[in-house]
Structures are given as structure tokens and as C-alpha cells.
Design a protein around this ligand. Structure first.
Ligand SMILES: C[N+](C)(C)CCCC[C@H](N)C(=O)O
Ligand SMILES: O=C(O)CCC(=O)C(=O)O
Ligand SMILES: [Fe+2]
Length: 404
């Protein structure tokens, strides 16, 4: 263990590191070594707080030198596994913006201080991966989120960006004036993502004919749920376009699952915790006509990033939840209590946003966040749509400069 104290630090570093403990470690290429390091910043009342460098034995990070990292492919060249885990640098030097390490074989690693702060664990812990506005019916309606026109969605980057911005913030978004055909709906989908083909097909088209072994293909009401909970990776986005309805009822229900989960976190944090830890099975068993499927997906109801506790996926479908056999006996009852708390939040009338889907108005739903359902209906009703892969939607958003 070695330690080097600096009594004076540049104000820029002071701003960046204030009040935090920052840990990182470095790796060195030609010497095949890893060097773990942590900086401890003590914010004191004095004008120049102390900054102490401390060697840790168990932190690792990334040398960006030309021999360690290929900046054309943005990939690591260094074989991490070939590095001695106990490597120590020969010298360490800090200037106004950069930290330098010289390794026993002479290789130099440089770290921009801003980069280090951005890539520190402490920094990431305080950052959200995706900014969102959680909503109940009133919040969503007050926000007056504009829909995007079909033409501007397809033909302009601003149209697409506006749409994606709102979609990322609220988890739902509408496109208007879409010609009511499956082909035009497909065009929309392909503008932002790859279509995720599933057992339901690529583009699906459904009525209440029970052509598939699922309640969706009837006239019955469907309580709020997310789809494809029985996939190991539930579908990221769902697109709905109602092409025809000659009858009554059939409104669509939307509920922000993350808003409800946030209420659980506030009111009963230990229940939130349980819902994020207990893995459950969901399953889809179908034997109707030519369709034979048995899908099983395993995962907790609430999925959170471990480092910042940010919720990124809710898996909620009471119809498709399988027998609980992945939970020890003594946890089952506690889990049901926690699940009930979440269900109560999800079912509060003030959290329900109801819309009637009409030909020409296409709805995109973040199936990892917003639950959907529908009212029972009469008459002939025809819906088309598809699922999208989440990675590809986020990819499009990032390329347009959005945080996702
Ligand atoms: C009709 N459509 C293809 C959209 C979906 C049908 C899937 C319904 C299933 N119970 C689920 O929630 O995943
Ligand atoms: O019929 C509807 O409006 C939606 C049915 C449903 O939940 C689904 O297809 O995933
Ligand atoms: Fe559904």
C-alpha cells in the first residue's frame, strides 16, 4: 500500500470530485498488468481539501492507449486475462487535467480527470441511465404530449426525434394520420427499429376469432399486463394499430408500471426489494389448431440495475404467471403481500389512462414499463401491430442524440 497526499488541487478537479469517493483502477498493456487505484477526496472546510491516493487491491479499469485500445473499432485490444493482478506502477503523476502512470516496463497510461469522474462507480451511482417522467392519468393528460404526424415521422429527423423523446420520457407515444393498413404500420415500425418476430409472427393482425390460444384473441376484457413475460427477454416495444371496429367498448387501458412501482418503493421499500429479488416463472402453453408452443421466462417482477437501483423492466402478467416454484416456502407469503401492494397501486383509477384506438392513430408502448389492457367489446374489431427489439429503438434514439 502506498499513499501520496496532495494538499493543493486545481479548482476543476475540486468541482469534479467534491464530496465524493472515487475509485478506479488502471490496466497496463505491454507489461501485462493491472493496477488498482482509488482516490479519496475529503471535502473539508479549508480552502484546499485534501486528496489522498490510495492503492486498492481489487479495482480495475481501462487503459486507452493505442496498444490497449483500438479507437477505430472502439474495442479493447489488451487481453485482460494476461495481466498480473498485483501489478504496481513505478510512478504516478498528476497535472491539471491528467493523471499519468508509468509502469515498470515504461508503458505510460494517461487518464483525463473528467473521464475518470464520468467513469467512476460513484458517478454512475448518481446517474440515471434513462431519464423518465412517471405519470398517472392526470400527469399524462396535463403534459399535453403532442402526437407526431405520419409524414414527419417518416420523412424528418425532427419528427422522429420528437417522437422518440416523448416515447422515452413517458413510455407511450402516438403517431397520427397513418393510412389504416398493415403495410403502413410496418413502415412506421421499420423507421425506428427492427421488427421482433415471435411466435405470433412478424406483423400480426388479429380479431376475436380465437385463432390462437390466448384471451387476446377473444372479445373479453383484459386486465392490465405486460406482454411476453414468458420470454427470457420480454419484447421491448409493442405497436398497436386498430384498423377497424364496428361495435362498442374495446377501449385500451394504459398504466405506468414505473409510477406504481415508485409508490411501492415510497410506501413499502422492503416489498419493492422483494419484488426485485424473487425470480418467477411465466409461461405460455398453446395447443390450438396448428399452433403448438411452450414458452417459459424467468425473472423478477421488478428488474433494477444493481449499481443505482434504477428500475428498467417490469414483468407483470397475472394471466401468464406460472406456478410459483422458484421461491422458498417461507418467502411465498411475503411475496404475495408485496405483489398485492403493487397490484393495488396499478389498479388505482387515478393511474388509469384510457384511450380508444382508431384507424390512423398508432400507439407505441414501452412493454418494459407501461402496462396495457382493454375493455370487453362487441362487434368486429381488427388490430394489427408488431413487437420491436428494444436495443434497436434505443440505438435509433442515441444516434439522434437522445439519452437512452
Ligand atoms: C396479439 N398479440 C400478438 C399482440 C399478443 C398476444 C399475446 C398475449 C399474451 N397473453 C401476452 O400477454 O404475452
Ligand atoms: O385487444 C387489445 O386491445 C389488446 C390485446 C392485448 O393485450 C395484446 O394483444 O397484447
Ligand atoms: Fe397484451
Amino acid at each position: 500500500m502506498w499513499c501520496h497526499r496532495l494538499s493543493h488541487l486545481q479548482s476543476s478537479l475540486q468541482d469534479l470530485l467534491r464530496g465524493r469517493v472515487i475509485c478506479w483502477a488502471l490496466q497496463q498493456p505491454s507489461f501485462n498488468s493491472l493496477f488498482p487505484l482509488a482516490v479519496h477526496w475529503h471535502h473539508t472546510a479549508s480552502k484546499y481539501p485534501n486528496c489522498a491516493w490510495q492503492q486498492h487491491e481489487d479495482h480495475f479499469d481501462h487503459c486507452r492507449s493505442a496498444s490497449c485500445y483500438n479507437s477505430k473499432t472502439h474495442q479493447r485490444s489488451l487481453d485482460t486475462a494476461s495481466v498480473d493482478l498485483c501489478i504496481k506502477p513505478k510512478t504516478v503523476r498528476l497535472d491539471e487535467t491528467t493523471l499519468f502512470f508509468t509502469w515498470p516496463d515504461g508503458h505510460v497510461t494517461r487518464y483525463d480527470l473528467d473521464w475518470l469522474v464520468q467513469n467512476s462507480y460513484e458517478g454512475q451511482k448518481q446517474k440515471v441511465v434513462q431519464p423518465r417522467i412517471l405519470w398517472n392519468a392526470e400527469i399524462y393528460q396535463q403534459a399535453q404530449v403532442p402526437s407526431v404526424d405520419f409524414q414527419s415521422f417518416l420523412e424528418t429527423n425532427e419528427g422522429l426525434k420528437n417522437f422518440l423523446e416523448n416515447f422515452l420520457l413517458y413510455g407511450i407515444a402516438f403517431v397520427e394520420n397513418v393510412p389504416p393498413t398493415q403495410e403502413h404500420t410496418e413502415k412506421l415500425a421499420e423507421r425506428i427499429s427492427l421488427i421482433r418476430e415471435t411466435i405470433y409472427g412478424r406483423m400480426w393482425y388479429f380479431t376475436s376469432d380465437f385463432s390462437r390460444g390466448d384471451t387476446a384473441y377473444t372479445k373479453l376484457a383484459l386486465d392490465r399486463h405486460t406482454d411476453t413475460t414468458y420470454f427470457q427477454e420480454p419484447c421491448g416495444i409493442q405497436v398497436f394499430h386498430c384498423l377497424k371496429h364496428e361495435g362498442t367498448g374495446g377501449r385500451t387501458l394504459l398504466v405506468d408500471g414505473f409510477y406504481a412501482a415508485e409508490q411501492v418503493l415510497q410506501k413499502a421499500p422492503e416489498e419493492f426489494d422483494l419484488l426485485s429479488k424473487v425470480p418467477l416463472k411465466h409461461e405460455y402453453i398453446e395447443n390450438v389448431g396448428e399452433c403448438h408452443n411452450h414458452m417459459i421466462g424467468v425473472g423478477p417482477v421488478l428488474n433494477i440495475y444493481p449499481w443505482n437501483k434504477e428500475l428498467y423492466l417490469i414483468r407483470y402478467n397475472n394471466y401468464d404467471r406460472a406456478v410459483i416454484n422458484t421461491v422458498p416456502y417461507d418467502v411465498v407469503h411475503r411475496w404475495y403481500t408485496a405483489h398485492r401492494t403493487l397490484t393495488i397501486e396499478l389498479r388505482r383509477p387515478e393511474n388509469e389512462f384510457w384511450v380508444k384506438l382508431k384507424p390512423g392513430r398508432v400507439l407505441f408502448i414501452d412493454n418494459w414499463r407501461v402496462l396495457h389492457g382493454r375493455e370487453s367489446f362487441t362487434g368486429y374489431r381488427q388490430l394489427c401491430g408488431c413487437y420491436l427489439t428494444r436495443d434497436d429503438v434505443l440505438n435509433t434514439a442515441r444516434l439522434l442524440g437522445l439519452q437512452a
